[in-house]
Design a protein around this ligand. Structure first.
Ligand code: THU
Length: 135
């Protein structure tokens, strides 16, 4: 699967976004190392903070399906610059993706910026940070 095909999957799922409040649809497509694609769109709620971003919907679908090895992700919105993921999504990405995994952030004009998870969220809190210092 090419970068452009993954971006196309993100554009397609963006049409399913449930965004009556922001009217700002976002689409995401997550490619596993085994070649499967999990897509996500943002899903909002009348209680605004309960809403979930497109990226997390795609990641949680994949995790719930037993996936753990990820290759690439594409994210698209109708932004001027390539869409930057929110802080919560960056933290979730750092939990499940390798630090050098690539994300293709794009918009409807095909302005694409490819970044790594580490570039998106340097010095991220990791599970190992909860390990006790040996006495
Ligand atoms: N949103 C995403 O789904 N992904 C992003 O990368 C940025 C923001 C959503 C959250 C909310 O539904 C709407 O866009 C406006 O913030």
């Amino acid at each position: 699967m090419s970068k452009q095909e993954l971006i196309q999957d993100a554009i397609t799922i963006r049409n399913k976004a449930y965004v009556p409040y922001s009217k700002f649809p976002v689409g995401a497509a997550l490619l596993t190392k085994s070649g499967k694609v999990y897509t996500g769109c943002n899903i909002e709620n009348a209680a605004y903070p309960v809403s979930c971003c497109a990226e997390r919907v795609a990641i949680f679908k994949a995790i719930a399906d037993g996936e753990s090895e990820f290759a690439e992700m594409a994210v698209v919105a109708d932004t001027k610059r390539p869409v930057p993921p929110c802080g919560s999504c960056r933290q979730v990405m750092s939990e499940f993706f390798g630090s050098s995994m690539k994300l293709h952030l794009t918009n409807l004009h095909n302005n694409t910026k490819t970044v790594t998870v580490e570039e998106l969220l340097p010095f991220s809190f990791q599970p190992e940070d909860m390990e006790e210092i040996p006495k």
